[in-house]
Design a binder for this molecule. Structure first.
Ligand SMILES: Nc1ncnc2c1ncn2[C@@H]1O[C@H](COP(=O)(O)OP(=O)(O)OP(=O)(O)O)[C@@H](O)[C@H]1O
Length: 355
């Protein structure tokens, strides 16, 4: 059966053809090992879409199948309406690919890297000279145009890799771990450039195991673990669905955390007017809408015990802290923060995103 027919049988055809990427029941096996285990997702044109998961989750393998550099074992996929398996060169011409490891030509200058890359696409030299200037300005590398790549910082190399990937004006930009290994300042500069691309309408598909990156850049994302999709939604929607609004982080000392967790759980669960969960480790979910709270109301959900600290999940973490103090408990340190995608991942898998 042609792929368009197969895909259309389970999704509205206008959805499939309008999608920048449509993947259905995608499987990739390496021998007996299943790296990608039947994942399905759709990326809308102009959207910024993320695959968030820990090392080894199958994110890069999925990206390689999208980029037409790895075959799939089964399932279907369309990229810009084309099948990467059947129409590899056409798909690659529509994509900009930023691999996990920079593969710039260290012997060439910054400008030459862009021009040489454009030549692979058969783009004319005159076009490339003007395009290189435009892309160097975009990447904030004008002042490095004639420097050799080996003289660039890590952040500059990453920006050059992105600039180079834009030379063929791709419909979709694939970014595999775009800022891993960069210092915080370099990450922010790169995020700013990606924001601009997003605003100009480029479809971004990125993998990351940094929850802050996913929160910053993604309109929508899938949480991936062991080759399967655990959850899908916007960063805010996922947090609303799988966590409380706030988290109270407490340290009591390594050997006391587990014991304290039991005591605090009883204390916070039995607080009269609170919206406590009857089964704090069960599957009960936090309501989709913000819980109305008044003085003393905690909206307690559950406690996670990590090796070095406790995470108390509550709509009102300050109120939880007050109750803990009032009951005479004195943690060594305490911190109130908003829930993040890291909390979502922990809730879904029982593990941290970064081991
Ligand atoms: N060519 C290969 N042969 C065998 N196993 C592979 C191959 N490529 C990837 N794998 C395995 O498939 C699993 C998924 O790898 P993948 O690189 O897709 O994960 P990832 O989520 O991108 O993680 P990372 O961020 O570490 O790259 C891993 O267990 C990896 O060891």
């Amino acid at each position: 059966m042609p792929i368009t027919t197969a895909l259309a049988s389970s999704a509205p055809s206008e959805t499939v053809s309008a999608a920048a990427i449509h993947a259905q029941d995608l499987v990739k096996k390496y021998g007996d090992f299943t790296a990608v285990d039947g994942i399905s997702f759709s990326v809308t044109r102009g959207e910024s879409f993320g695959l968030l998961g820990p090392n080894g989750a199958g994110k890069s393998t999925t990206m390689r199948m999208i980029a037409a550099v790895a075959s799939r074992t089964s399932g279907q996929m369309l990229v810009a309406g084309l099948d990467p398996e059947q129409q590899g060169p056409e798909v690659r011409a529509r994509l900009g690919v930023i691999p996990q490891q920079d593969n710039l030509d260290e012997e060439l200058t910054v400008r030459e890297n862009i021009i040489m890359y454009g030549r692979y696409f058969g783009l004319p030299r005159r076009y490339l000279l003007a395009k290189a200037d435009e892309l160097l300005t975009f990447a904030q590398l004008e002042h490095k145009a004639n420097s050799r790549v080996e003289d660039l910082s890590g952040g500059m190399k990453r920006r050059l890799t992105i600039a180079r990937a834009l030379v063929n004006e791709p419909e979709v930009l694939l970014l595999d771990e775009p800022t891993t290994g960069l210092d915080p300042q370099a990450r922010h500069v790169l995020w700013d450039r990606l924001f601009r691309l997003k605003e100009s309408g480029t479809t971004l598909v990125l993998t990351t195991h940094h929850m802050d990156e996913a929160e910053q850049l993604c309109d929508r994302l899938v949480v991936v673990d062991h080759g399967t999709i655990m959850a899908e939604g916007s960063p805010a929607g996922l947090i609303r669905e799988h966590s409380t609004r706030e988290v109270l982080e407490l340290r009591f000392g390594m050997d006391r955390n587990a014991e304290q967790a039991k005591t605090l759980e009883e204390l916070l669960t039995n607080t009269g007017r609170d919206m406590a969960r009857t089964d704090p480790y069960g599957s009960a979910r936090v309501p989709d809408v913000a819980v109305p709270t008044g003085t003393g109301e905690v909206g307690f959900s559950h406690i996670e015990v990590l090796p070095d600290r406790l995470l108390v999940y509550a709509e009102q973490a300050e109120a939880a802290m007050e109750k803990i103090h009032a009951a005479g408990h004195r943690p060594m340190t305490s911190l109130v923060r908003r829930s993040s995608l890291e909390d979502v991942f922990l809730r879904l898998t029982g593990r941290s995103l970064i081991d």
